[in-house]
Design a protein around this ligand. Structure first.
Ligand SMILES: NC(=O)c1ccc[n+]([C@@H]2O[C@H](COP(=O)([O-])OP(=O)(O)OC[C@H]3O[C@@H](n4cnc5c(N)ncnc54)[C@H](O)[C@@H]3O)[C@@H](O)[C@H]2O)c1
Length: 317
């Protein structure tokens, strides 16, 4: 199969390319505009592979997307502006890339009669909840400009399925962690600060709850959806690792040989969702289950950042 991966120079997209190289004989084209969040040094381990082609370009550029997507069987669409805090300060680019870019991707996929279109979304589109877990049928109540733009992109993709029968499938995963995550997101920011002897900025009282999934588990779930998912279906992907931000911070502090004096309490994030939780029964029905438990996944991630200072230090600067 020939697979076009958008956002393959970013965190989850690059790990998905690694997953395909290790677990399939697919040929892969990556399209990525190399924003601050995507870089060539994230792809060095697969850049020379004869199975991978890289195209630098913007998913909003219809002509470029058309020539990149031609002759492909499937699209897995990761490219997005992805950082909630950045969307609070400046949201235009989120709407452009996440909504307009997804519309271009879907239109072109429709014209070229692509057989599978996996649109990568997030559990943040559902908004926050105090009890229970969201199912794929729940209404979307996004809180931030980021999650609103992702909710918009989901509806755009589903509209292409409903109107033109484009074979769209959507994944909504919980928070990912693992290697190659840009050091502005909570886990790599905290690890790299702790390794450098700095404090870590904990929002509010640290009681907000997230359900963390190792990126390798998410990539395996996306691959199951790509190969066996039902078109028109949304699949939640969570690993059942709910933990408060304070508890998570304490684990990272211990893994980095620091103590609680490293915690710096900062004013809470605007519109901060309290808790995310998804029911992942549908993706379990495809035969997927998470394999990496939170503690060993975090331990391996701390080791990765210790060993890959040359990757993250320039990005943090
Ligand atoms: N990281 C998470 O915890 C998480 C959780 C659920 C869903 N998601 C979704 O997964 C996808 C990937 O997230 P990530 O964490 O890897 O993000 P990321 O920010 O690490 O990577 C995004 C990539 O997209 C590229 N990109 C951005 N705008 C582009 C454009 N206009 N044209 C072409 N390329 C562009 C960037 O250069 C970068 O390589 C996103 O759609 C995100 O919403 C992420």
């Amino acid at each position: 199969m020939k697979v076009l991966v958008t956002g393959g120079a970013g965190f989850i997209g690059s790990n998905f390319v690694r997953f395909l190289l290790a677990n399939s004989d697919d040929e892969i084209t990556v399209i990525d505009s190399l924003t601050y969040a995507g870089s060539k040094d994230t792809m060095t381990d697969f850049a020379e592979s004869p199975r991978v082609q890289f195209i630098e370009g913007d998913i909003c550029d219809r002509e470029l997307v058309t020539s990149a997507m031609d002759n492909h069987n499937a699209v897995v669409h990761f490219a997005a502006e992805s950082h909630v805090d950045r969307s609070l300060n400046s949201s235009d680019r989120f709407i452009t890339t996440n909504c307009l870019g997804t519309n271009v991707m879907c239109d072109v996929a429709n014209e070229l009669e692509i057989s599978r279109f996996v649109h990568i979304s997030t559990d943040e589109t559902y908004g926050s909840l105090t009890q229970g877990s969201f199912s794929e049928k729940d209404r979307l109540e996004p809180s931030s400009p980021y999650s609103a733009s992702k909710a918009g992109s989901d509806l755009i993709a589903l509209a292409h399925h409903n109107t033109y029968n484009l074979p769209v499938i959507i994944t909504r995963s919980s928070n990912n962690y693992g290697p190659f995550q840009f050091p502005e997101k909570l886990i790599p920011l905290f690890i790299t600060n702790l390794l450098d002897g700095l404090t870590v900025p904990l929002y509010g009282d640290g009681a907000n709850i997230r359900d963390w999934i190792h990126v390798d588990d998410n990539c395996a779930a996306i691959d199951s959806v790509l190969r066996a998912g039902k078109t028109g279906q949304i699949y939640n992907i969570g690993a059942g690792n709910e933990i408060s931000n304070l508890e998570l911070t304490e684990i990272l502090i211990e893994l980095c040989d620091r103590d609680d004096s490293a915690i710096e309490r900062v004013a809470d994030r605007l519109g901060h969702d309290f808790r995310y939780s998804v029911d992942s029964s549908l993706v379990h029905d495809l035969g997927w289950k998470p394999r990496i438990d939170l503690h060993s996944g975090l331990e391996a991630t701390v080791h990765w950042y210790r060993d890959h200072e040359t990757w993250w230090r320039p990005k943090k600067a």
